[in-house]
Design a protein. Structure first.
Length: 337
């Protein structure tokens, strides 16, 4: 089926492309990377006491910190020239007030509005090496869409590239705190993180009284024929929202078995509302509802096939908790009127 992705969540699209390639023989990223802490700092503990209040959150340099690949970076001062080749990282950097320091973004970065006017640095899986080198950044940030192999290639060219690999909402929060630490924007990062924690708490408080019998079964599809299992932040969003992911018996992103979904009989089906079939002009929701046998699924019979804003869910950045709220509203509309 020929599919056009309108307003597509580019980070997820690239990730699914990488997974498609892996099915043809390429291996997934080294699992050890996902086991690395979001960030490890080696600041002197003597300074920690003076950084307890928001107005006293100042970074002490030199700062040594590790990224998700275990690579160590030492910052003698706050970076003045920053490139981000990941939409999620770009959103986070803008959210903590680094507009002036950002000198380049990926071709697909479209939020916030100010990101659109920044110099373009190519794709999110294979950025433009020449453009990055010419921009002379102090640091380049990348996220889940770029493989460690691609990161290594850029490092071999002398590019300082800091990779994240968030698997949970807490990982996303820690990454934002790390950006604040690196750039001496800790107070701004704290404000963003506090808002995210409040949004997460609103959801978890609303669904905490649900019994196991009351919890709805949820199926999510963000690209035709692909769903997400355990070990990814989008699976956690379903769990935090009080749902039960019917694909939780799988790991990561995987191609679906239509027969299995029919058997699992989800109460709610969530899909990316920007996916349109080029030939038929049908939305992914219509494609899902039109599949043979799927009219017997509870979600389809009850008209609980719900499109969501791709970018709120597929980008592990500061808006991911807004995405969590949208997931929760879709699953339990009566709890979130």
């Amino acid at each position: 089926m020929n599919v056009t992705l309108k307003r597509w969540s580019t980070g997820l699209a690239a990730l699914l492309l990488a997974l498609s390639l892996s099915a043809c023989g390429a291996k997934n990223e080294d699992s050890s990377a996902s086991q690395q802490p979001a960030a490890q700092t080696e600041q002197n503990t003597d300074n920690s006491a003076s950084q307890t209040k928001t107005d006293e959150l100042k970074t002490t340099y030199p700062l040594t910190i590790q990224d998700a690949t275990g690579e160590s970076f030492t910052f003698k001062e706050a970076p003045k020239h920053i490139i981000s080749v990941s939409p999620a990282e770009t959103e986070a950097l803008f959210a903590i007030g680094l507009d002036s320091e950002i000198v380049g973004v990926s071709d697909y970065d479209d939020y916030p509005e100010a990101a659109k006017s920044k110099a373009k640095m190519g794709g999110i899986t294979k950025p433009n090496e020449e453009a990055i080198i010419a921009a002379q950044p102090d640091i380049v940030f990348t996220g889940i869409s770029m493989s460690e192999e691609a990161v290594k290639k850029l490092r071999d060219l002398g590019i300082q590239i800091f990779k994240t690999d968030p698997k949970t909402v807490d990982d996303v929060i820690k990454n934002i705190e790390t950006y604040g630490l690196i750039t001496d924007h800790q107070a701004e990062a704290k404000a963003v993180v506090d808002k995210m924690k409040q949004e997460e708490n609103e959801v978890t408080e609303a669904v905490k009284s649900l019994t196991p019998e009351q919890k709805k079964k949820v199926y999510i599809e963000f690209s035709p024929g692909w769903t997400v299992g355990k070990g990814e932040f989008m699976d956690e969003l379903i769990t935090l929202a009080g749902g039960v992911n019917v694909a939780a018996d799988t790991e990561g992103w995987s191609e679906i078995s239509e027969e299995k979904i029919i058997k699992d009989n989800p109460d709610v089906i969530l899909y990316a509302n920007s996916v349109i079939d080029e030939k038929t002009k049908k939305s992914l929701g219509d494609i899902i509802k039109g599949r043979s046998g799927w009219d017997q699924i509870t979600a389809v019979k009850n008209d609980a096939v719900i499109g969501l804003d791709d970018n709120l869910l597929s980008r592990p950045g500061p808006r991911v908790t807004q995405g969590l709220k949208e997931v929760a509203k879709a699953i339990y509309p009566d709890l979130f009127k």
